[in-house]
Design a protein around this ligand. Structure first.
Ligand code: DAH
Length: 340
């Protein structure tokens, strides 16, 4: 019996050495450990053996050995298969495993750039101005003295040194007039701040685009022409504009400029609150006090100014319903602008 066991062990050893894949290994397992396999046959042969205990132990230890060896060989084969796959995939490109997320421009950036480009072609320079300004720049130089009621609508955040976060891009008018003198054509986009509670239409942080044109004989006709040309370009259609009187201390006369509603074509719809017109851009002829504060000769020059609500424009252009989406940092909302 002992000899038979030893013989089987060395046969198994040889067979295992020549098994090269999973199916050959499985055949080996059945041949040795199966119901009618070699080990089962040894067990049956026990009947004829005298020292059944010793022989039984030897058969069992062979069985465990065969089981372990087959299991190890199986694992080794699997590992070798994975290694082979990695080696053979010569064109394996690890970057394909991680799809790259492309960023996108913020809708306000897109709207700003578009308007900038339009004004650039009309001979305007583009100015960058600070977000922290003095009371003088934000109010006094704009004909809004201390305690003027127009300040009520423009509460903002004040620094300990008396400076403040600018409430409108008009705050750069004075510095730009002083920098260039007349004649002058400039636009200056920027972020503005107001101490305001937020809802779908109001934010404490928003963008405007201010524009100024100062020269000899500038009149309201020039203002209307530039506004109409710019807005027709932005909305890619021939917009109609209308002026209504509006009060702003830094312009005289001052206007609210409306464009005809493209959604209903002027019939009246929820977007234009049934009026057929959308309020878009306050503007006016620059007040002589403001020109003087900027060092401009008011005998010779006149000019117009406008304060386009860039955030508002982006909402209209891209159909954004809630202003708070712009500052939300929500990639889900902003990623919609990827392809633009
Ligand atoms: N600065 C004004 C505001 O934020 C908007 C404005 C009105 C700007 C009339 C102008 C203007 O340049 O002429 O409420």
């Amino acid at each position: 019996m002992k000899d038979r066991i030893e013989q089987l062990r060395s046969d198994f050893e040889a067979a295992l050495g020549s098994a090269t894949d999973a199916s050959e290994l499985e055949a080996l397992r059945i041949a040795y450990l199966g119901k009618r396999g070699h080990i089962a046959a040894l067990m049956q042969g026990l009947r004829e053996v005298e020292d059944k205990k010793t022989a039984g132990q030897l058969i069992n230890s062979l069985k465990t050995e065969v089981e372990d060896r087959i299991k190890n060989a199986d694992e080794a084969l699997r590992r070798a298969a994975v290694d082979r796959e990695i080696r053979e995939a010569k064109k394996y490109n690890p970057t394909l495993a991680f799809p790259r997320e492309m960023g996108s421009y913020h809708p306000i950036t897109l709207a700003t750039r578009e308007v900038e480009e339009i004004f650039r072609t009309m001979g305007f320079t583009i100015e960058n101005y600070a977000e922290i300004v003095d009371d003088y720049e934000c109010f006094e130089a704009l004909n809004i003295p201390k305690h003027h009621p127009a300040r009520d609508m423009q509460d903002t955040y004040y620094l300990e040194n008396g400076q403040l976060l600018k409430t409108h891009t008009s705050a750069a008018q004075n510095a730009i007039m002083k920098k260039y003198g007349a004649p002058l054509r400039a636009i200056f986009p920027g972020r503005c701040f107001r101490n305001e509670s937020t809802d779908a239409c109001h934010e404490n942080t928003f963008f405007q685009m201010e524009g100024m044109m100062i020269d000899e004989d500038i009149s309201i006709s020039n203002l209307i022409y530039f506004m109409k040309t710019m807005l027709s370009e932005v909305f890619k259609r021939d917009v109609k504009v209308r002026l209504r009187p509006g009060f702003f201390p830094f312009v005289e006369p001052g206007f609210e400029l409306d464009i005809n509603c493209a959604i209903c074509g002027g019939e009246g719809c929820p977007s234009c609150k049934n009026s057929g017109w959308l309020e878009l851009c306050p503007c006016g002829m620059i007040h002589p006090n403001v020109l003087e504060a900027g060092g401009i000769d008011t005998e010779r020059y006149t000019g117009f100014a406008f304060g386009l609500g860039l955030t508002r424009l982006a909402m209209m252009k891209y159909g954004v319903k809630d202003i708070r989406d712009f500052n939300s940092g929500s990639l889900k909302a902003l990623s919609q602008f990827k392809s633009r």
